[in-house]
Design a protein around this ligand. Structure first.
Ligand code: LLP
Length: 436
């Protein structure tokens, strides 16, 4: 719950954000446990309990820490990981391994080994090379590996081109040419180490209309029908990916999960009965929709520069290092001056980050009250793909993450110190050679 108190400070989940900024420093990622739980419960209500034989996974690339694994586990969701690092985090948090699903277009031998050794639930196989690595490792470890094949449905989505993934010309997934996909399925069916469970697609991210999901459903279910006719193969599972969009600006519409799920599930039922197939287990794997609106980033305002007749730049103590999305995708955000919530908004400013890049602009045309250095800026809906995409560019330190709930706040990730920047660095001996 976002609110303000008598001091005109922004309150989230019973925590005074100005006090949080003082106690934990800025930039600070503030993550609301309550918001995440609300989203997980909406998934339960609208998807898991509404439709039989369904599974929901949290796409951990959007935000992952060991604490987040604990929340996801407590809420009964599975976990989608996409790298050895995400898998390692989940294992260290004792996340139930059978509920983990492993994605990626170029998983290494070592990553696959870690996944297979730990008997994770599913590996989503992206290509033939990966398939061979999995078979080798499975034989070596004497394990059976359950897989889904990621298919490229060849559909376009209405979002930034960097985050569309379902189009034919994509680095992800197996092309849907009949001989290629049939060959892939035959390989899996004839391998003793592989359990061929079904298919996966992910059409893109930050989507608000269902068109590409629906088109991909049609394509996947037609594939299921063809494989049944040609090979007698019955698809047990269909993973429809994530991609549900969230609002970022004040007047953006917030879509409920039902808005995304109902048309998807209706279409699946329709197509399954049209082709007279048996209903596979249906999976979804949202990331942003679960965690995006749970995050707020707090910054301290520093220099303020007015270019008369043009614009006012208000600089903050973070920027593209903690939120690369505006500079990478032109993403827009909305925010407030957290210590001046009751003050009238009197001007428009441009919020600039502190990196040595002109493109490091977090927000353009933000309406604010009269501000001075030391004020606290809160940027909303920064829970997804902010912390997880943060960098040390300009040798900036990564910000701390605090978890808040009902007036309580605790550190989930510590702020980096300068010593963290040098961890792992060496000055090679050859540089101390006097002749250089
Ligand atoms: N499943 C797969 C296989 C994915 O590749 C993704 C996202 C998801 C699920 C979750 O998508 P979501 O529900 O979070 O939209 N860095 C970009 C987003 C990249 C998304 C990559 N894949 C951004 O900041 O917008």
């Amino acid at each position: 719950m976002t609110n303000k108190n008598a001091n005109s400070n922004l309150i989230i989940d019973g925590c005074d954000t100005v006090k949080l900024a003082k106690e934990f420093g800025t930039p600070l990622y503030v993550v609301s446990q309550q918001k995440i739980e609300e989203r997980c419960r909406e998934i339960y209500k609208v998807f898991l309990s509404e439709y039989k034989n369904t599974r929901a996974l949290y796409a951990s690339k959007s935000f992952l820490t060991m604490a987040m694994c604990k929340i996801v586990e407590k809420e009964g969701l599975g976990l989608d990981v996409v790298s050895g690092g995400e898998l390692y985090t989940a294992l260290k948090a004792d996340f139930p391994t059978e509920k983990i699903i492993f994605h990626g277009n170029n998983k290494s031998y070592e990553e696959l080994y870690m996944a297979i050794e730990n008997e994770i639930g599913r590996i989503v196989v992206d290509n033939f090379y990966e398939f061979e690595l999995i078979e080798q490792i499975a034989l070596k470890l004497d394990k059976k590996v359950n897989i889904l094949y990621r298919i490229t449905p060849g559909v376009n989505s209405d979002t930034h081109k960097y985050i569309t993934t379902g189009q034919k010309d994509s680095k992800f997934g197996i092309p849907l040419e009949k001989d290629i996909i049939t060959d892939a399925v035959k390989k899996a069916l004839s391998s003793e180490s592989i359990g061929m469970k079904g298919f996966h697609f992910h059409v893109g991210s930050q989507l608000f209309d269902n068109t590409s999901h629906i088109e991909a459903v049609d394509i996947a279910i037609r594939l299921m029908k063809e494989l049944k006719d040609d090979l007698g193969y019955i698809t047990e599972e269909l993973n429809t990916g994530g991609g549900y969009g969230i609002p970022h600006l004040k007047d953006d519409i917030r879509r409920s999960l039902k808005y995304f799920i109902k048309p998807l599930m209706d279409r699946i039922s329709l197509k399954i009965s049209e082709y007279n197939l048996s209903m596979p287990e249906i999976m979804i794997e949202p990331g942003r929709w679960i965690v995006g609106e749970a995050g707020t980033t707090l910054y301290t305002i520093g220099s303020i520069k007015e270019i008369p007749g043009l614009r006012t730049y208000v600089a903050i103590d973070g920027g593209m290092t903690d939120n690369p999305r505006p500079s990478l995708y032109g993403a827009k955000y909305y925010g407030d001056i957290a210590n001046k919530m009751n003050k009238e908004k009197v001007c428009e400013v441009t919020i600039a980050g502190k990196c040595c890049e002109s493109g490091d602009i977090l927000m353009k045309n933000l309406e604010v009250p009269h501000i001075v250095p030391g004020d606290i800026l809160a940027v909303y809906n920064t829970g997804a793909y902010n912390f997880s995409m943060a960098s040390n560019y300009n040798r900036s330190l990564r910000s701390a993450v605090v978890l808040i709930n009902n007036g309580q706040a605790e550190v989930m990730v510590e702020r980096q110190g300068y010593e963290d920047l040098l961890r792992g660095e060496r000055i090679p001996k050859m540089l101390s050679n006097k002749e250089i």
